[in-house]
Every structure is written in C-alpha cells, then in structure tokens.
Design a protein around this ligand. Structure first.
Ligand SMILES: Cc1cc2nc3c(=O)[nH]c(=O)nc-3n(C[C@H](O)[C@H](O)[C@H](O)COP(=O)(O)OP(=O)(O)OC[C@H]3O[C@@H](n4cnc5c(N)ncnc54)[C@H](O)[C@@H]3O)c2cc1C
Length: 368
C-alpha cells in the first residue's frame, strides 16, 4: 500500500513494535496480516504447538488495518446473525484473552439495538435522528480498547515465540506442496498459511469476486460530564447500534468521550485505501453529515466538541457472512476475515479456531 493516506486521528495508540529480526528461509506456519485475526492466530498456534515455527507478516505496523481503527464494540453474533456451529463468541473471546494474558479493557455490560419503532418501555436513549431513535432490544456485548487489544495480542504472540515481522508485506503467494511467500525482505517457504488480510490483497486471498472493501467513519466527542451522560442515556456505558436506517453506532471511552460512527465510502478497488484522505472528497462530506447528526441527537450534545475524526476499512461479503475456508488454490492455506463490520470479538475467536484447524485439531465451518 502506498503511504500517502490520511485515515485521521484515533483516541488510542498501539504501543507495541516488533523487534527487527532476520528472515528465516522456511517455517512450519505463516500468518499473513497483523490485525486481531492474525495476531490471535499466531499466538494461539505457538501456544498449542510450541515446537513448531510460526512467522507473522504484517504489511505495515500491527493494527494498520481495521483492528487499529475500529470502533471496538464487541458483539456475539455475526453481521449475518447466527451461523451454524459458531458457538459462544463472547465467552470464547474472554477465555482466549485470559489464557493469552491480554488486557484489552474488555467490558461486557450488554449493548443496545436502537430503532425508530417499537421502543423498549424503559429505553434510556431517546434521540432525534430521522424520527425518535430509542433502544428496541438489549443484546450481549460491550467494548474493548482497540489500541491495548492490538498491543496485548502482539505481546502475547511475541511471548509465545512467534516470529513477528512488521513492514513485511507479502507481495505474492505461490501454491505448491508448500506455500512460497514473496515478502518485502525475501522469499520464504511455509508448510501452512493463514491469510488474515481482511479488506486488502483480495486477489491473493481469492476473495476479489466475493468481497469488497469499504471505508467507514467515526468521531469522538470531548469528555462528557456524568450529568450529560445521564441526560443522553449512556450512563450505563452500553454501546449501541441501529437496526434500521440511517445507520449509527457508538460507545463510551474510559474518559467519558462518546464515539459515534456511520457512513461508508465504497471503493472500486481495495488499493484506494492506500490513498484515502478523510479531509477530501466523499469521506469529508460524510464527516460533516455525521457531526451534524451527533449535534442534533439531543440538546445535551448540541455544543460538544468533536476531538477525533478517523476511519478505516471494513471488508464485506455480499451475504454478510465471514469468510472462513480453505484457499481456493491450496489445501495448505486458510482464508479468514470479511466480518462485515462485526469482527472485534469474532476475529480473535475465529483466529484461534483457524490455528486449531491448521494443526488438524478442528474442522472448518461450512458457512459458504
Ligand atoms: C471505523 C471502524 C469501526 C468498526 N467498528 C466495529 C465495531 O464496533 N465492532 C465490530 O465488531 N467490528 C467493527 N469494525 C470491524 C472490525 O474492526 C474488523 O472486523 C476487525 O478489526 C478485522 O480484523 P482483522 O484482523 O481480520 O483485519 P485487519 O485488522 O484489517 O488486519 C488485516 C491486516 O493485514 C495487513 N495486510 C494487508 N495486506 C497484507 C499483505 N499483503 N501482507 C501482509 N499483511 C497485509 C494489514 O495491514 C492489516 O494490518 C470496525 C471497523 C472500522 C474500520
């Protein structure tokens, strides 16, 4: 990806940086992509099979894709609702983080689905937004700190002994008995590979016909007072998302800033992510709209300052289901990603499942 993009400023940082090291010629397992999915998979592979060599190749810095720019609302279901055999995502997520000793400020008080019809009688939220927007249902869920989560998973991968390469993008994959990966710093042979590049490299993962990249936006307000939080109905600290349109989601940060998100810039080609500038074109217009909406939601929000504006990629499949399957060109490669905006908890949960599948300890699901 070219480096002249501007995805804005996020209200958290990713502290971890990989220590530079020599590239090995071969490894048992390679993971391509250092977001939540790839980091969790690399750490889990090494935890389950410490005798195997595991290398993780990230094109930029860890969290350079969706995971570092996410909203951080953790939900149980996929974007397509329940999937056969998916299991208990949030329970599994917490267990994995505990076993890997990752502290990502996970808080799961529940989440509100919002809508413009059939409000819950005791809805704490009553906002003006194309009608009256109220809580219509409470579902399992909560929030994480994305910066801490990326850093924590990277530290776990390093601690377990995975070889970590940042700025080590894979430019080409060749599939023979082993998988040959041409990286920025040399060619390596891997026995098995997990592709966790999400909205990027869609040709390499075989997803270009089935999935598309979009860019979605978020803003954070200044810290609100307890009184303001009470008035706008967020004192319970439950994140929210609408189930009808126009779409809006949001959450509180630890410092009582509120994050609101909405808007999609559809991209013809995922490579446009490399030059996308939030201060120009469609993205800039969508920020203006989102900020106007935020200020109009409730009188207590009328004059709040917007302190952060940022966005990031999401990968969507036409049927909204995540992709979790063998690579079309090889039995020795798995492709996992495209959570259609619901990947915070699923990425880690399914990343570990992918590690177990690579080790032959678990079958892949059939969600095609
Ligand atoms: C603004 C925003 C808000 C969101 N809000 C939520 C939310 O509230 N709840 C929710 O559940 N989900 C949300 N999502 C989606 C969620 O963040 C993603 O589903 C999740 O982070 C995906 O993780 P991943 O590891 O699969 O992909 P990514 O984090 O995108 O990781 C892919 C990585 O692969 C790297 N890469 C790309 N090409 C190569 C290559 N050739 N070689 C090596 N590395 C490569 C990239 O640099 C990147 O780091 C949001 C996303 C955005 C952008």
């Amino acid at each position: 990806m070219s480096g002249n993009k501007n995805w804005g400023r996020r209200p958290w940082t990713v502290e971890f940086r990989a220590t530079p090291r020599a590239l090995p010629a071969a490894m048992d397992f390679a993971v391509v992509g250092g977001g939540f999915t790839g980091l969790a998979a690399a750490a889990w592979l090494k935890r389950l099979a410490p005798e195997k060599s595991v290398a993780l190749f990230e094109a930029g810095q860890f969290g350079a894709g969706s995971s570092g720019y996410t909203g951080g609302v953790a939900l149980a279901e996929s974007a397509a609702g329940e999937l056969e055999g998916l299991g208990d995502v949030l329970g599994g997520y917490q267990k994995i983080l505990q076993e890997l000793e990752v502290e990502g400020e996970v808080s799961l008080p529940g989440a509100y689905e919002l809508g413009r019809a059939a409000p819950l009688e005791n809805s704490p939220i009553r906002w003006r937004d194309s009608g009256e927007l109220c809580a219509v249902k409470e579902v399992p869920g909560g929030t994480i700190n994305p910066g801490k989560m990326v850093s924590g998973l990277a530290r776990a991968a390093e601690r377990t002994g995975a070889m970590l390469f940042e700025e080590g993008g894979v430019e080409e994959a060749r599939f023979a008995r082993e998988v040959e990966l041409r990286t920025k710093s040399g060619v390596v042979q891997a026995g098995k590979v997990l592709f966790a590049t999400n909205a990027f490299a869609l040709e390499m993962t075989g997803l270009n016909e089935r999935a598309g990249a979009a860019f979605t936006l978020a803003v954070a307000t200044q810290s609100l007072t307890d009184d303001q939080l009470q008035k706008i109905g967020l004192a319970e600290r439950k994140p929210f998302y609408t189930v009808d349109l126009p779409y809006l989601w949001g959450r509180l940060l630890a410092e009582n800033q509120v994050v609101f998100g909405s808007g999609l810039v559809f991209l013809q080609d995922w490579r446009e992510l490399g030059t996308l500038d939030i201060e120009r074109g469609e993205a800039a217009g969508l920020f203006t709209q989102l900020e106007r909406r935020v200020h109009g939601l409730h009188p207590a929000l009328k004059d709040v300052e917007i302190t952060h504006r940022w966005g990031g990629p999401i990968c969507m499949t036409w049927e909204w289901k995540p992709v979790f399957e063998r690579h079309p060109a090889s039995e020795n490669a798995i492709v996992l990603g495209a959570y259609s905006g619901h990947g915070v908890a699923q990425s880690v949960y399914l990343g570990c499942w992918a590690a177990e599948a690579i080790l032959g300890r678990r079958a892949l699901p059939d969600w095609k």
